[in-house]
Design a protein around this ligand. Sequence first.
Ligand code: SF4
Ligand code: SF4
Length: 492
Amino acid sequence: MEPAETTTAREAAMPLEIAREAPVFDIAPEEELLYSLSADGRRKFMHPVIHKGRYWRIRRAIAYVLAAVFLGLPHVWVGGHPAVMFDIANRRSHVFGATFYPTDTLILVSLGFGVIVTVFFVASAFGRMWCGYSCPQTVWLEFFFRPIEAFLEGGPYKQRKLDNAPWSTRKVAIKTAKWAAWTALALLMSTTFVAYFTGWGPLVRGVATNPLAWAGPLFAIALVTAAIVFDFGWFRDQMCTIACPYGRLQNVLSDEDTILVAYDEKRGDPKVKLKDRVEGVRAGDCIDCRACVNACPTGTDIRRGLQPECIGTAQCIDACNEVMTAQRKPIGLIRYTSEREQKGGARRLWRPRTLAYLALMAVAWGTLGTLVLTRGEALVEIVRGGREAYRLLPGGEVANQQRVRVTNQVAETQRITIELLHPAGARLIVAESPIVVAPNAVTTVNVVTTVPRSAFNDGQVTARYLVRSDRGFRKEMEFMLLGPFGGTGGRP
Ligand code: SF4
Ligand code: SF4
């Protein structure tokens, strides 16, 4: 195996030589094929040249933080539970010490709405920055899977050469090592992903001691590992250009003021190669070196204008800035801008569309915050119990069977008592009082409410209960009791 060569060690030092002598990709022909497709429909694999410029360094820092958060969260405990865990088996989720249940409908609705309008805002204001800077696809592919490939196979030219070389012992060894390393990383990622649903400790212990009982999670790990290896090892840019719905959404959410990566045509054109720059030839700043194209993970030639294949990685900016610096010309021939700015106007972040999204975000996240902060310490539900709607007792009273379900929403045990406030003359029998509910647990008890027959009006009467806990929780609740027609509704 040849010693590893980082992509940039050789290439970044000599961007112009590389650009002149070794163009990697053919740009799409005029028939407007995808850049990753050959004219005969075959897939062209991208081996982008990495330029460790300003934006690449920012993206790498964000990628490392995001990966650390993803891998680390299942190991951080808050309030006796993993910091974030979606405990499907027990139908609850733990989020930084708070426990949520499927009954937290408003919270879930606010969260979903908040996420949707935030995506709209980000896409409308910042274009595909999400894709380039924080999408898991970009984070893991560009900063973990590709570096492993570069470590084992060398830079993009060596990768391409190896791909095209006939199979040999060396090629088999390198390819096996690469796919094995990718699979190991994918296994770590998928195990972490499943641990968000099972807890890391139980998962690892369970699989080690009784794998058969953990067949479900094991199957999930295998499936996710396969999907990750397929995606980051082979599918790659195709995910962004043909599969991801966010890219399609981008087209309807962007406008003239949306930030995008663009080539400055006025300054750059006409594009003339260095070797063709002779006295009398009119030439713009673009030396047609194709470093920007060779750097692009989707193979896009940004000089042809805004295209849906551009996922906003800013690799072309870093590449072109290197070229401009080497040419002693101002950087920014490719830069962040907006369509309006390109036409000579001023870039506007705040416009009716972004302000509207911001207002909706404030409503959604504000509602979510209020709901979480004012959430009761317990959730109490009263539902009808037994098979009969009601039972007439020998003494002339009417009994309604009910079930009281108490969800303890704090990390301490609570003792819950229930009192009957209305109607007058009614009695309440609780199977267990106080109802002791363990931290973040759910307890259901049977109760019977007995009401004088005279209290019923048209076969029903509303009973009112007071539920209290030893922690100060207090809530009045109403429940419709059923009974025979012919009562007086409580009137004398
Ligand atoms: S835009 Fe910049 S990097 Fe791209 S071909 Fe022109 S000079 Fe080279
Ligand atoms: S065109 Fe530039 S910003 Fe767009 S994906 Fe390619 S390298 Fe990234």
